[in-house]
Ligand binder design. Sequence first.
Ligand code: ADP
Length: 293
Amino acid sequence: RVIVVGSANADLVVAVDRRPGAGETVLGADTVVLPGGKGANTAVAAGKLGARVALFGAVGTDAHGQLLLDSLRNAGVDTALVRTVDRPTGIAYITVTPDGENSIIVSPGANSAVADIEPTMLDTAAVVVGSLEIPLPVVEHAMAAAAAHGARPVLNLSPATEVSAATLAVLDPLVVNEHEASWLLGGRTGAATELATELRTLGPRSVLITLGARGAVVADDQGTIEVPAPSVRAVDTTGAGDAFAGALAAALAGGAGLAEAARQASRVAAISVTKPGAQPSYPLASELGNAGT
Ligand code: ADP
């Protein structure tokens, strides 16, 4: 099965005409509360595709924690490894302006209490997929433990963070978007295929760069392949990267090769941008035609 090691946040979203400056108050529309966080989103994406998946993470005893647990369970995600701790559930405070731009404050709360995964929890894992928004050492430990246990370590290095060479060396693949790729390469820009080749020199066994509407690039020992995204009318790209990571992990756990898994993930993520929100926008296997995982 897939084990996702990552965050769970309640997204508190408010639309405003403009963002307030220092010392200023502006009135917004009604608050919308949505289940989110990169880890929970990734797990829900895999679960909705029918993959066997568990989230390793933490929530608080509050209503936001319950919202997240309900959303995970509704998507078929095993929550036995989600600890309930005496901290507020993580919250992302999101303001959206009419130009579609977000400003986001993340208060990690319970996500800061996620501790190292027990190796025995990985006994049934084929793929372990990590992301940040939880303590970096916990993610690095999980990637090493996965590799030692014969599970495939996949890291969505988002938000971009500096990780050790030892962690990079086990990743198969390292998953980043274009901004994160450029950041990891000290601000370098260029063709995605070149960035992917450069990223491989940092040590990962394979690299996957997501390119928004342009799809993704995969680089491994077999070479570098461009994977297109289906052309869609994008209405909300929130959580597209998480949908990609979850679908990728589901396909890899199902035995797909990396290029095939990336193709599947690109289709799933493209569908997710055609609907508002993150988790509610993720497709079920039945919505993918005959190519479900
Ligand atoms: P992030 O959300 O992490 O910034 P990207 O913007 O690269 O990541 O998007 C992740 C994936 O979502 C892409 O690889 C693609 O499959 C899909 N996607 C994102 N935006 C679009 C779009 N406008 N049209 C089609 N697919 C998209």
